[in-house]
Design a protein around this ligand. Structure first.
Ligand code: ADP
Ligand code: MG
Length: 373
């Protein structure tokens, strides 16, 4: 466990009230025939950490560029703290920006890079130096202000970029894949540090990633994007456990998708005929379409004894693979191939291939969704 090097606290000299609300109303961006962003409605509340999650080309960066003011939107309105910003240049939007392609100036030291953000905003020279030093301190680089970017590691350069984004006390932070170039360990460390910093400052963040784990770890709310549109939005657990379509379920990790026919829908719950897997009670969030399936995450499928009540069926073990912390079992049940994941420490060493088993799941862990593909 690495100690956090970023110290969180109120920004010195600011008695800042809750601010940093970002609102997009029906915002679109067309590049000729390409619809990069399609009538997007999105809000970030003051202090909220919202993540745009989606595959490459889904419109995440375009959305960020429009909020930052680097791209003009084709239609709709963008408001920051209730005020339309459509005609404001980027530097007057009071947003701290860390984008992949918004690199540090190579000829300037770390300190000069951070100071630059203040120079742009006409902060007096005397005040600039001190504030830039404080900002570098905040990201754990107080002693490295004299170094040029090439004399810093990738992670340190990203910290300088973060200091530069925070130094003018912005209303909100826009972070577009800020950790994409870092290796896994450093990435996880930076994730925790950004979270700590964000909570300490109470600053709102609009974050972009295509990495599901990163989105799960950092967000108050995940907004899943596809083809320039929002396909689902909610707290991480909600989106993970209750995807509305097979596409969202599969994009957010492994899942068992079992096609079925709805027998009954009553508010929160539905009864679905899963063919060979029998009748199942599942969660129903009102997804509506032509074809339906039930999604059960591999870790929510459990070995059970036949006597246990509830959803379940007989299954045959095909293979077991030890993945370190977890074991992945492949099963067939009712004519379906299923995956069951359990902790290695809980793993049923007793079971052997071809043995007949019983697998089950809790109704609140199975989700009725629309089959799109
Ligand atoms: P993401 O960040 O989710 O990977 P982008 O916002 O970069 O996606 O891109 C969304 C879509 O808009 C893609 O189809 C991309 O090719 C297109 N696009 C982005 N920028 C431009 C541009 N300057 N000109 C034309 N098409 C663009
Ligand atoms: Mg992008």
């Amino acid at each position: 466990m690495t100690a956090s090097v970023i110290s969180a606290g109120p920004i010195p000299g600011t008695g800042r009230a809750a601010q940093g609300a970002i609102e997009l109303r029906q915002v679109s961006k067309h590049y000729g025939d390409v619809v990069a962003v399609d009538e997007l409605d999105l809000t970030v509340q003051p202090g909220e950490f919202v993540t745009l999650l989606g595959p490459s080309g889904s419109g995440k960066t375009t959305t960020m560029m429009m909020v930052a003011g680097f791209e003009e939107h084709t239609a709709g309105a963008i408001l920051i703290d209730g005020k339309p910003v459509d005609t404001l240049p980027p530097r007057d939007r009071n947003l701290g920006v860390v984008f992949q392609n918004y690199a540090l100036f190579p000829h300037m030291s770390a300190l000069e890079n951070v100071e630059f953000a203040l120079r742009m905003r006409k902060v007096p020279r005397a005040e600039r130096r001190q504030r830039a030093e404080e900002a570098l301190d905040r990201v754990g680089l107080g002693k490295m202000g004299g170094r040029k970017p090439r004399q810093l590691s990738g992670g340190q350069q990203q910290r300088v970029a973060l200091a530069r984004a925070l130094v003018f006390n912005p209303a909100a932070l826009l972070l577009d894949e800020p950790m994409a170039a870092l290796d896994k360990r450093l990435r996880e460390q930076m994730q925790e540090e950004i979270k700590t910093l964000q909570k300490g400052l109470g600053i709102s963040v609009l974050f972009v990633t295509h990495d599901q784990d990163e989105a799960m770890a950092m967000s108050d709310r995940i907004v899943v994007m596809r083809d320039g549109k929002i396909v689902q939005s909610g707290p991480p657990e909600e989106v993970y456990n209750h995807p509305m379509t097979d596409w969202v379920a599969s994009f957010l990790g492994d899942t068992n998708l079992i096609p079925g026919t709805i027998v009954e829908r009553n508010g929160e719950e539905a009864v679905v005929d899963l063919g060979g897997l029998g009748m199942a009670k599942v969660r129903d969030r009102g997804a509506s379409g032509e074809n339906y399936a039930v999604s059960i995450r591999p870790e929510h499928l459990k070995f059970r004894t036949r006597a246990t009540a509830g959803n379940g069926c007989a299954a045959t073990l095909v293979s077991s693979t030890n993945l370190g912390a977890t074991v992945r079992h492949r099963l067939t049940a009712g004519g379906h191939d299923l995956q069951l994941r359990e902790l290695s420490s809980d793993s049923a060493a007793r079971i052997r291939p071809d043995e007949e088993l019983w697998v089950g799941w809790d109704a609140d862990k199975a989700q009725l969704l629309v089959l799109e593909s």
